[in-house]
Design a binder for this molecule. Structure first.
Ligand SMILES: [Zn+2]
Length: 253
């Protein structure tokens, strides 16, 4: 959806450049502006497409594991919904990976403890998840990530090795902030768009339409219909003999 939006905007701007601007700036000026716009579009694409690998290498799937998928939850823990997500995962004998926000993790340590006890993986999703996170300085970004790492490690008692950037946005500052921290940055292959308040059935259908073995699925603890979406997905996986595993397990071999 987003890429279609960007393509339309870029195409419209380029058409304007090619057909209208030569009249006011001359051909050289128009070519310059066209190149500038193409450069800007590539930058936007590289920042908003976590799989591009332009700024940082990311883990997005493991097609060799055809009978497994990794379900990932961002933006929790949520005091109300995350415990119920954990109940559902247990009911269907499924494992997942939770990319937690440091500030929320600190207030919900018992939920984090339960994740560990049940064999799930906890990853780092920044401390505050502010809309401005991608625009912060290298030092601030690094401090947020380290603060969250400390909270997570207090619970998991081993190194916190997985990171997912807020909004899936990567840029040179975030890449520099992560330098030498030994994180594996995790993206996804299936974006459920579960935060749009649609009916569970619509989101579930969107997920399974493109899903194949080895995929990483992006969900959110905070989505209004997350419990309905998750239960439908877990039933589907079990009916099709596909195992929901942690990122650790999916990336083996
Ligand atoms: Zn997020």
């Amino acid at each position: 959806m987003l890429s279609l939006f960007f393509t339309t905007i870029v195409f419209t701007l380029l058409s304007a450049v090619v057909f209208i601007l030569p009249l006011s700036f001359g051909v050289k000026g128009a070519v310059f502006i066209a190149l500038l716009l193409i450069g800007l579009s590539v930058m936007v694409w590289a920042s908003t497409n976590i799989r591009s690998g332009v700024y940082l290498k990311t883990i997005n799937s493991n097609p060799r594991h055809i009978n497994e998928v990794a379900i990932t939850f961002d933006d929790g823990p949520d005091g109300d919904q995350t415990p119920r997500i954990l109940d559902l995962l247990e009911k269907y004998d499924a494992k997942a990976t939770f990319f937690v926000i440091g500030r929320k993790a600190k207030e919900n340590l018992p939920v984090l403890n339960r994740m560990v006890q049940k064999g799930h993986i906890i990853g780092n999703h920044s401390y505050g998840h502010s809309n401005w996170f991608p625009f912060k300085t290298v030092q601030t970004i690094r401090r947020e990530i380290l603060e969250t790492r400390a909270i997570i490690e207090q619970v998991i008692k081993k190194p916190n090795s997985y990171f997912r950037p807020p909004f899936g946005i990567l840029n040179p500052n975030i890449a520099r902030a992560l330098a030498n921290l030994d994180f594996l940055t995790v993206g996804w292959t299936i974006r459920s768009l579960d935060t749009q308040n649609e009916e569970a059935k619509i989101v579930f259908n969107r997920i399974i339409k493109k899903m194949k073995g080895g995929d990483i699925i992006l969900l959110h603890d905070t989505s209004k219909n997350i419990l309905g979406i998750l239960e439908k997905l877990l039933v589907y996986l079990s009916d099709n003999e596909i195992k929901a595993v942690t990122i650790d397990e999916l990336m083996k071999d």
